[in-house]
Design a protein around this ligand. Sequence first.
Ligand SMILES: Nc1ncnc2c1ncn2[C@@H]1O[C@H](COP(=O)(O)OP(=O)(O)O)[C@@H](O)[C@H]1O
Ligand SMILES: [Mg+2]
Length: 248
Amino acid sequence: MIEIKSIFKSFGDNQVLRGVDLTINKGETAVIIGRSGCGKSVLLKLIMGLMKPDAGKILVNGDDITSLNDSQLNKRRQRFGMLFQASALFDSMTVDENVGLGLREHTKLPEKEVRQKVEEKLKMVGLSAVEQLKPAELSGGMKKRVGLARAIAMEPEYVFYDEPTTGLDPIMADVINELIISLRNTLSITSIAVTHDIVSAYKIADRIAMLYEGKIVFVGTPEEVKNTDNPVVRQFIEGSSQGPIPAL
Ligand SMILES: Nc1ncnc2c1ncn2[C@@H]1O[C@H](COP(=O)(O)OP(=O)(O)O)[C@@H](O)[C@H]1O
Ligand SMILES: [Mg+2]
C-alpha cells in the first residue's frame, strides 16, 4: 500500500503540489488525472523517490521513502516498475538489452534465464522475435510495449505509468489499456498511472483521483467520476473551456 501524506513541492515560487493526500490500496490501479502542467509527473517522481518533497511523507508498505538514502532507495526501486511517457528506451541497446537491463544489473541469474525472462515478458505484451531490434526500428506502439516489458521484467510489486497512452492512436491506446489491465490481473500488480486521457482512466482505473491546484480534489470509482457534480471534475471530463478551471 502507498500512503501519500500532505506532500508539498515548489520550484522557486511555482507551488506545484500544495498538500497532496492519497492512499493507494494493494492490488488496485489508481489513476491520477489533471491538466497538463498540474504536477502529475512531479507527483509520480516523488512517489518513485526520483525527487524529494519540500514537506510530507510517502509511505510505501509503511516505510517513508522520502527519508531513505540513495542506496536504500535503489534497493527499493527494484520493486518498482516504471513506464515513462517517451518509453525512455536506450537507443544504442537492443530490445533484449533494454528489457533485461535490471535483471542483468541486479540479479545473478544466468544469461540463459535472463533471455527466457525477457522473452516471456515480451510475450506478455504481445511481442515476439524483436529481441535483436533497436528502438529506432520500432513503431510508437511497439516502443510502449517494450517499455512495458522492461517495467515488469523484475516482477515488481508496483508499476508506475506516466501518460501510458499519450501520443498513441486510439486503437493502440486501447491495446496498452488492455495490457495494463491484464498485468494487474495476472501479476497482481499495484499501479499508479497519471494521465490526462480520461477514456484511458475510465478503462483501467479502480479509482480515479483528480489533481487540481496542487491538491487531490476528488477521488472515486470511474462510475462516481461520471456521476459527480463536482464542477472542476465535470469541466475536465467534459473537456469544456467553460467552468471553474481557467482555460489558459
Ligand atoms: N525539475 C523541475 N524544475 C522546475 N520546474 C519543474 C520541474 N519539473 C516540473 N516543473 C514544473 O512543475 C509543474 C508541473 O509539471 P509536471 O508534473 O511535469 O506536469 P504534468 O501534470 O503535465 O505532468 C510545471 O509548471 C513544470 O514546469
Ligand atoms: Mg507529465
